[in-house]
Design a protein around this ligand. Sequence first.
Ligand code: NAD
Length: 543
Amino acid sequence: MPNYSPNGVRQLPPHANEPIRSYAPGSPERVSLQARLKAMEAECPEIPVVVGGKEIRTGEVAKAHSPHKHGHVTATYHKATAADVHAAIKASRAAWNEWSEWSWEERAAVFLKAADLLAGPWRDTINASTMLGQSKTVFQSEIDAACEMVDFWRFNVAFAQDLYGEQPISAPGMWNQLEYRALEGFVYAVSPFNFTAIGGNLAGAPALMGNTILWKPATTAILSGWNTLRVLQEAGMPAGVINFLPGDAAMISGIALNDPALAGVHFTGSTGVFNSMWSTIGKNMANYRSYPRIVGETGGKDFMLAHPSADVQAFAVGVVRGGFEYQGQKCSACSRIYVPKSLWPEVRDRIVAMIKDIRMGDVNDFRNFMGAVIDQKAFDRIAGYLADARKNASVIAGGGTDGSVGWFVEPTLIETKDPAYKLMCEEIFGPVVTAYVYDDDKWSETLDIVDRTSPYALTGAVFAQDRDAVREAHARLRHAAGNFYVNDKCTGAVVGQQPFGGARGSGTNDKAGSKLNLLRWVSARTIKETFVPPHDYRYPFMG
Ligand code: NAD
């Protein structure tokens, strides 16, 4: 290809958050999605490994299931072999030579087109994949797989333009410039099951900045991961820029993290897995050609705290939506609450009434507020926490499980007298909220308990009408959450509005969906050109 470098300071098309469709009864989007769900339930695609643009069927095949109907197979997928991983590293290097030299606007065009494809002709497919494969209700799927992924792709382009626009000043007689190069090597993107959009961003954000990628999707979200890749392919992503490697995480990581060309890791998932990847990288430091950029957004133990001045109904609704939507499987999900004694009876009764009202079941039935948890491993882990609560705390509502047809766990409210009880500290990743009731006059002490109770610091919320209480919570909980909410639930961050991520055990806090994240995927080169260089080595002071 001739090197194409058009003249012109190009303006981006305007961008705004993708509007969320309602899927209300009788709406055209509901009719269209329901038809797609029906069609896709009858399909069972065979998903290949993709390396250098070539589909590889390794013959080592596994099945993906619908969590709410685990007898139903949504797809089969081929697992990458060690040879495929090595081939992907080679393919990423070959693609890098061209892709990293494309003008950034040309790369941006691929993502802008992908966003429009996803918002339009692919919307039903990506939503149906996420509903059937990950058991999201239509609303949870729409805000993730459709709107958030579209937002990531559109907003990142604008953030990239902003970043590239950051240039140094120049003194007279010279021109100083910053060039934002791609990293030298490949980026290893490893995505979790719980957000389709995260896969599109973990692979997409470094690719936008000129990098080439090995993407290991979660196999519990393989159908939506595969369709994400197909959208990018249709948008014109060149072969080898994103190599798709479903399969054995430990084997794939073993090869990727040991390769001298590893330039970065873009991870979202549990803290333990991220820590193990970081240790492997640490042990290999002498082998890498550059210092790998390590970006990881990990676990959470997210809190909601009510002050005695709180709006009780708003708090209770926040807990129910924040704690039980997507079955509590959001990294931001509310999982511990702190309520003053004076408000507890009312808060408790309102949450219990809502729990009794919640419908849970097959996400094809749009009346359901909840589906199933992702797989048997998650189901068993959550059941273990519920068994512990029956012994060591009080189960106020819910607490039941039924794994006969799908992996269903009831929305559950637990009360404990011990603020350090393990259900107040550990990430459960299920629809379980544990409450600690504090004395009204112990507000300040409770803030300190909230801050030190768990190793995580992802999201948190305070509900109060009293402005001084809000100010005190801001100050004392400054490091307790990377996303902090006042009189709002602790979930539901929107790209461009609430850049997302936490510190402490919750990750490197590089804020997905912001310029801060893109900064990690470039290596700046400073260029100084002097127009008329000196011809005399001597300085005037020497006269
Ligand atoms: P997980 O850690 O089990 O898996 C995440 C990814 O890592 C998957 O692709 C998995 O296959 C891979 N993996 C597993 N073992 C590996 C290994 N040894 N080496 C390399 N990769 C390996 O997490 P999950 O269950 O998919 O997702 C839930 C977790 O993700 C929760 O802890 C949640 O808090 C976290 N999460 C965090 C954020 C955030 O922004 N902070 C967002 C979403 C999810």
